[in-house]
Ligand binder design. Structure first.
Ligand SMILES: Cc1cc2nc3c(=O)[nH]c(=O)nc-3n(C[C@H](O)[C@H](O)[C@H](O)COP(=O)(O)OP(=O)(O)OC[C@H]3O[C@@H](n4cnc5c(N)ncnc54)[C@H](O)[C@@H]3O)c2cc1C
Length: 494
């Protein structure tokens, strides 16, 4: 990608000067995926986000690229089959560096909510839809080898199946990089404040910019109705929000599987070994206030730890916590039962609003959105993201230990060599951002130079994994936007 693609001043000038085919509002996975697909299909695209890219739901998910075992239970076979197909595309073609296969253990306790036969049948069907060979029932010893902290009191047996995990923030940013590499004009910290038939007003760095575009997509996730009301002050609420919290604890490094913990007949929680830590969650509570009012409460954290404790022993100290908001189609019913369908709506001036669905199916959501906008002869073939090709033959310019190499390969794919190359000139770039985490200062420099990082938090939370220990050093990015991340209080970090 041309370095001018990350130049804020140049991007603002382009936003003001050009008439775009498509303006995408929101740089979560849906907006990022739409920009990636639209540029691949020849459109001139602008994408803006009022905060950082991926700073909404798309860095706060459970990080699973999955069919969704529980959707099967809700009878959504089509959703599960489609999601499994997307999982295969992401793992094999789009982002093999970022999307990693992960076995899941489903422990069945004698007093648990499910009959073992029901779970085993479900896992068999799920695995058939996944075209996965890994499925079946395993005994206590093998389960303990996979998950050494598994609680075995009253354990009847365990079912085993396969899904995948990712780094959601990086998956989002890499879609934006791909769009920018094909000429999209992308800008974070640029908020849409008005929607017009021929474009939108964008507030950026203290100035108002009128952006002209033939079409607008509202991909603002939980803020969907806010943007709809900018187009039509009388727009009725179309979505409901459900808050999902996760906590990050020490552990998981010696785990060979994640654990799906049955909580009720319809709900499960997860314990997922992720980025060298253990991710526990999530909650599912209706959120009735404005999206910005949602926070992590002590009650959320307590509930997650209690649920995890039903299957995991010796849970480590909480290092961090975060929340995300699910977008559910408006309508009655408990949120845990609500279908995770995607909502598409056209407003009076033609703006297309797209929300809901899953991280896993973002490509499909993006393609459907472009089809709704009337883009003809859509190329639906999955394309490798930057860094996805050449993983087996990365020529490292500098000597690094194996864990660091594999961390960098995971986050950047074959671009990892470019990330560390400046360290040949400046060896201080090989220092860790945070003691105990594998992220290097070279990654912070790369984030600033190539990935639009403005605040410290943009680097720590969404482009690297440095924040997961709960430490937040000042990076002195040399930007007027530099902010602090509160490390002491996990709730404040959400
Ligand atoms: C707790 C939880 C766990 C989940 N786990 C999984 C999982 O494991 N696997 C899976 O497949 N899916 C999962 N999902 C679903 C998935 O995370 C979401 O479907 C997806 O991230 C939604 O992306 P989005 O782009 O629609 O929204 P967001 O990521 O929220 O992006 C919306 C963006 O719009 C921007 N914005 C808002 N207003 C404006 C404005 N006026 N101008 C400019 N920009 C604006 C925001 O800053 C934000 O960045 C989970 C969801 C939750 C909540």
């Amino acid at each position: 990608m041309d370095e001018s693609a990350v130049d804020r001043v140049a991007a603002i000038e382009r936003l003001a000067a050009r008439r775009f085919d498509l303006l995408v509002v929101g740089g979560g996975i849906v907006g990022a995926g739409i920009a990636e697909a639209a540029t691949a299909n020849g459109l001139d695209v602008a994408l803006v986000d009022r905060g950082d890219f991926a700073s909404g739901t798309s860095s706060a998910s459970s990080k699973l690229i999955h069919g969704g075992l529980r959707y099967l239970q809700m009878g959504d076979v089509r959703l599960v089959r489609e999601a499994h197909q997307e999982r295969r595309y992401l793992m094999n073609i789009v982002a093999p560096h970022l999307v990693e296969r992960l076995p899941f253990l489903f422990p069945l306790y004698e007093d648990g909510p499910h009959r073992p036969i029901v779970v085993r049948t479900g896992v068999l069907l799920y695995s058939a839809l996944a075209r996965a060979r890994l499925n079946g029932r395993i005994g206590r010893d093998r389960a303990l080898r996979l998950v050494p902290q598994l609680r075995t009191t009253r354990l009847h047996s365990s079912a085993l199946y396969a899904d995948a995990k990712t780094n959601d923030g990086r998956l989002t940013i890499e879609n934006i990089v791909a769009a920018a590499a094909r000429g999209a004009t992308v800008l974070n910290y640029a908020s849409v404040t008005g929607v017009r038939p021929d474009g939108a007003d964008v507030r950026v760095d203290g100035a108002d910019v009128r952006v002209r575009a033939a079409a607008i997509v509202n991909a603002t996730g939980p803020w969907l109705d806010h943007l709809r009301r900018l187009e039509d002050a009388n727009a009725r609420p179309s979505i409901r929000l459900s808050k999902g919290v996760h906590v990050v604890v020490d552990g998981g490094e010696d785990w060979g599987a994640a654990v799906t913990i049955p909580q009720s007949k319809v709900r499960v929680s997860f314990a997922i070994p992720w980025e060298g830590m253990l991710l526990l969650g999530t909650t599912d509570t209706l959120h009735e206030g404005a999206p910005d009012e949602a926070t992590v409460t002590e009650e959320d954290v307590r509930a997650i730890l209690a649920e995890a404790d039903s299957a995991i022993e010796g849970i480590g100290p909480v290092r961090a916590a975060f929340h995300g908001l699910r977008v559910l189609p408006g309508g009655p019913g408990a949120t845990a039962n609500a279908r995770r369908e995607t909502v598409y709506m056209r407003g009076p001036t033609g703006m297309l609003s797209v929300a809901g669905g899953k991280l896993t199916t973002y490509r499909r959501i993006a393609l459907d959105a472009l089809a709704q906008l009337g883009v003809r002869n859509l190329d639906r073939t999955p394309r490798p993201l930057p860094g996805a090709l050449g993983l087996a033959k990365v020529a490292w310019p500098i000597e690094l230990d194996a864990p660091t190499r594999s961390h960098l390969l995971h986050l950047y794919g074959s671009l990892a060599a470019d990330v560390v190359r400046p360290a040949l000139e400046d060896p201080s770039l090989l220092e860790r951002i945070v003691a105990g985490r594998p992220d290097l200062r070279a990654q912070a420099a790369w984030a600033r130079a190539r990935e639009w990082a403005v605040h410290d938090e943009d680097v720590l939370r969404r482009r690297t994994t440095a924040w997961l220990h709960g430490d937040s050093p000042r990076l002195a990015l040399g930007s007027k936007h530099v902010s602090e991340v509160d490390a002491a209080d996990p709730a404040a970090r959400s």
